[in-house]
Ligand binder design. Structure first.
Ligand SMILES: [Zn+2]
Length: 277
């Protein structure tokens, strides 16, 4: 494996649903190709604040992205800024709020869907703005970026699970079936992406409750999965609960770059650090 990283962020995927519905990812665990942790999300358990948490490793009271309506560029050093600073190539296929945090705000759908300006923090981005933009198309967008630009860091952000959670609640066949659908998409793209030598992490921003919402403090709101496909970590199911502020420094470690000064020291058990390789 290389030090290249694909970071897959599945919006609104709660932990127990991932554990019970995602057969392909658990096949990888059973066959010694992946590991799984439980992550406790930061608060508030809302999308835009947690995008900033995942991509900068800083909590909302520090970074100031405290609501979904906080529409401005981030003031923090994100994984996009850090990869660029270290001479690595980055790309993303994401919801438009990611563009608003790191490239330009507010988002203009007419001009901002495809962004290839390498002077920006996100060097290559394909963005969508409808929550029902099909995950099948989103992962195809990501695959296009991978094939065309061979980025060192590729961030892939899907939305259909969150969308169905709001429409039908987490306790619905629609929400559970959407998780199976995303697992199927992963079963389509991951074999190729693994073959290409990428380190891969799959996680979520927040969960979903049985009222079809998130934002609170329950395990339904906060507990999300973390799957890691990496030769740097022994495969299997880990019982340790990982704080969400650990995800950004984990990404830096897998990319073998220095984390930002604002990030926590990394504390993922059994992870072989780059300096010891
Ligand atoms: Zn949501």
């Amino acid at each position: 494996m290389s030090n290249k990283l694909i970071f897959i962020m599945i919006d609104g995927l709660r932990y127990d649903t991932a554990v019970s519905q995602m057969g392909y990812l658990h096949h990888l665990i059973e066959k010694g190709k992946a590991s799984r942790f439980k992550v406790k999300s930061e608060l508030p358990s809302l999308s835009r604040p947690l995008y900033e948490v995942l991509l900068t490793g800083t909590p909302a009271y520090i970074n100031g992205i405290t609501t979904n309506q906080t529409v401005r560029l981030s003031h923090e050093e994100s994984l996009f800024h850090l990869t660029k600073k270290h001479g690595l190539k980055n790309a993303t296929a994401s919801y438009y709020w990611v563009s608003e945090l790191y490239n330009s705000a507010p988002f203009n759908p007419v001009t901002d869907r495809i962004q290839l300006d390498q002077s920006k923090a996100i060097e290559r981005g394909i963005f969508y703005w409808e929550d029902h933009y099909p995950d099948t198309h989103l992962f195809a967008d990501a695959n296009f970026l991978l094939d065309s630009y061979e980025p060192d860091f590729l961030y892939v952000h899907s939305m259909n699970i969150d969308d169905d959670g709001h429409k039908f609640t987490a306790d619905s066949k629609e929400y559970r079936n959407r998780a199976i659908t995303v697992d199927n998409i992963l079963a389509t793209v991951l074999p190729k992406w693994m073959e290409a030598g990428y380190q891969i992490i799959v996680t979520a921003d927040h969960g979903m409750n049985d009222d079809g919402q998130h934002g609170g403090t329950t395990t339904a709101d906060r507990d999300v999965p973390l799957f890691i496909i990496s030769d740097r970590l022994a495969p299997g199911i880990y019982e340790e609960e990982i704080p969400q502020l650990q995800i950004a420094p984990l990404a830096c470690e897998l990319l073998a770059i220095q984390p930002s000064a604002a990030m926590q020291p990394l504390m993922i058990p059994n992870l072989k650090v780059a300096s010891s390789l």
